[in-house]
Write a new protein. Structure first.
Length: 455
């Protein structure tokens, strides 16, 4: 028995694979295929990868497990979960922060998901074959120069993800993910093979796998931390919400490891497709958010079956983006509907309109109207930085501190073992990490980046 009774009429994920698939569907998305390569490219490659992996293990896994635990034990949205566990205390602010982060992330995420839709259309209409690298760059720039096209796609994407969330958890999220994700992985592996057999590919592999720690700065350590949070979907309560739909018999520890492993492998596989191509086609690895869109079409242009692979790839990338945004939107909608008693429909529409406004502004700020900026950084970059590098780590810090010191050891052990069903032999090390390692590591990185301390 959980010490807080959940509502019995809540949706829940159907099967074991359903849980892992839905959680992995949240984790795997543009974060792996668009953001990981571009952030790694801006931060020097190999050394960044090592720090990133370290953060996944030491901070990512424990935060993920902590979120799932809070969610499943309370069966509530993040805001309600904290209020149920510590009534009358300020912990619900973690939920409030999460909702702010959810808006910001969905806004810039939908912009890039919009580009993916444009590229799906380009792939369907066979615009990549026979194109030289310069023409591929030209395609991206003229797409951005239209001004209206990126906005149209961003709004379309927001409408699509809103419609899925409106239909509810089980039907909306689970079905998609199970079938399509494995196909995406196979496709990326095929792209890897093409990429590493390109002339000049070895430069790219060196860039990604040969660490050069002289390239690491305080700022790049923070980027690695932010990317670890972003990619695993942690720090803002997405996985509290998903945890709340997980059956009491599921093994949370096992699900955590499976999801984090899958997510990390896919990011690395994406890097192995991108960087060899980046060097082979003479693109700058530090091209920023545009990087993947300047690079991938070249691979399709130069591979047997490029038309069909390109089309499949951008379709599956759109689906991967969709299963991620719906998990973010779900946080806001669960809050609006469960705490503010709104209908699911009204909650979804309200959230989507807010996201659309912020999304349009951040889209314009990237290419068309760089004047939309704060302290000299375009709005898109500001939303990315504040959500990934500040709000998520801060949320993660509070979440692990909460589980480590306030959740109650007995209660924690009950959740991790599913009330004696599993051994959870990792319990002691997990508790040690969330007590003494993860919070300090996060705090150090944050303080280092605002200059309170210097490594
Ligand atoms: N992890 C997803 C990706 O890599 C994005 C995402 C989904 C996310 N839910 C989140 C990021 C919650 C942060 C928090 O594309």
């Amino acid at each position: 028995m959980s010490h807080i009774s959940g509502n019995d009429n809540r949706d829940s994920f159907g099967s074991k694979f359903g849980v892992i698939a839905a959680t992995a569907g949240s984790a795997v998305g543009l974060g792996n295929i668009w953001r990981f390569p571009y952030i790694a490219g801006e931060n020097g490659g190999g050394a960044f990868l090592i720090i990133y992996l370290l953060f996944i293990i030491l901070i990512g896994l424990p935060v993920m497990l902590s979120e799932l635990t809070i969610g499943r034990s309370t069966q509530r949205n993040p805001f309600g979960a904290f209020r149920a566990l510590k009534p009358g205390q300020k912990w619900f602010w973690v939920g409030v922060m999460g909702i702010a982060a959810a808006f910001m992330i969905n806004a810039f995420y939908s912009v890039v998901a919009g580009w993916t839709l444009e590229y799906l259309v380009k792939a369907v209409t066979d615009q990549f074959s026979g194109k030289a690298p310069g023409e591929i760059v030209g395609q991206f720039n003229s797409f951005q120069a239209t001004g209206w096209r990126p906005l149209m796609w961003t709004i379309s994407f927001i409408v699509i993800s809103g419609s899925v969330v409106m239909t509810g958890v089980e039907k909306g999220i689970e079905k998609f993910t199970k079938v399509l994700m494995p196909i995406l992985v196979v496709l990326i592996v095929i792209l890897d093979i093409r990429a590493i057999t390109l002339p000049g590919a070895s430069e790219g592999l060196k860039f990604l796998f040969e660490p050069d720690f002289s390239k690491i700065t305080g700022a790049s350590i923070l980027e690695a931390l932010g990317q670890a949070f972003f990619s695993l979907s942690i720090g803002m309560g997405t996985l509290i919400t998903y945890g709340s739909y997980i059956n009491k018999k599921e093994n949370l520890g096992q699900a955590t490891v499976a999801v984090a492993f899958t997510d990390t492998i896919i990011a690395i596989l994406a890097g192995v497709a991108i960087f060899p191509a980046v060097f082979a086609f003479g693109i700058s690895p530090a091209s920023g958010p545009d990087l993947v869109f300047l690079t991938l079409p070249n691979i399709f242009s130069q591979m047997a079956g490029g038309y069909i692979f390109g089309l499949l790839f951008f379709f599956l990338l759109t689906v991967a983006a969709l299963t991620s945004t719906i998990s973010i939107l779900e946080v806001v909608v669960a809050y609006f509907s469960e705490e503010l008693n709104m209908s699911r429909k009204k909650a979804t529409i309200l959230a989507s309109v807010g996201i659309a406004v912020l999304g349009i502004l951040s889209s314009l700020s990237l290419h068309k109207a760089p004047g939309i900026s704060i302290a000299g950084v375009n709005l898109f970059g500001v939303l990315e930085f504040v959500s990934s590098n500040v709000l998520l780590p801060l949320g993660g810090l509070l979440i692990v501190v909460f589980v480590a010191w306030l959740f109650g050891k007995k209660h924690l052990k009950e959740e991790l073992t599913s009330f004696g069903l599993y051994k959870a032999s990792y319990y002691r090390i997990y508790l040690f990490i969330i007590r003494y390692i993860a919070p300090f590591a996060i705090a150090l990185v944050l303080m280092n980046s605002i200059g309170i301390i210097r490594f």
